[in-house]
Design a protein around this ligand. Sequence first.
Ligand SMILES: [Zn+2]
Length: 114
Amino acid sequence: MIISTELLDEVIAHARRDAPNECCGIVATRDGDAVSVHALENIQASPLRFEIDGLRLFELITELEDAGLELGAIYHSHTRSAPYPSQTDITRARRPIRRRPTSTSRVRGRASSG
Ligand SMILES: [Zn+2]
């Protein structure tokens, strides 16, 4: 994925705004190029973990797809550790993302880590 300095600055500003908690959001792409950054709420509000509400993520991905865009990346910050994937990140990245029917009152996020 190719991302402009301007969009990367949005991600960094989001991380600083939410510090000391981890921030999270997604980068939307078109043909592999980043076109927009979408800050999301870390519902864990934690300096060690993040979790995105699954229903909110589903809604946002649907909006992006309707606009001809794709989910390019889910990003999150590390505020107390090195800027490398944590063991939790690695473990959870191997889990498949499950989409449940939206008839349930809330789809809990599978996009979570620390
Ligand atoms: Zn992490």
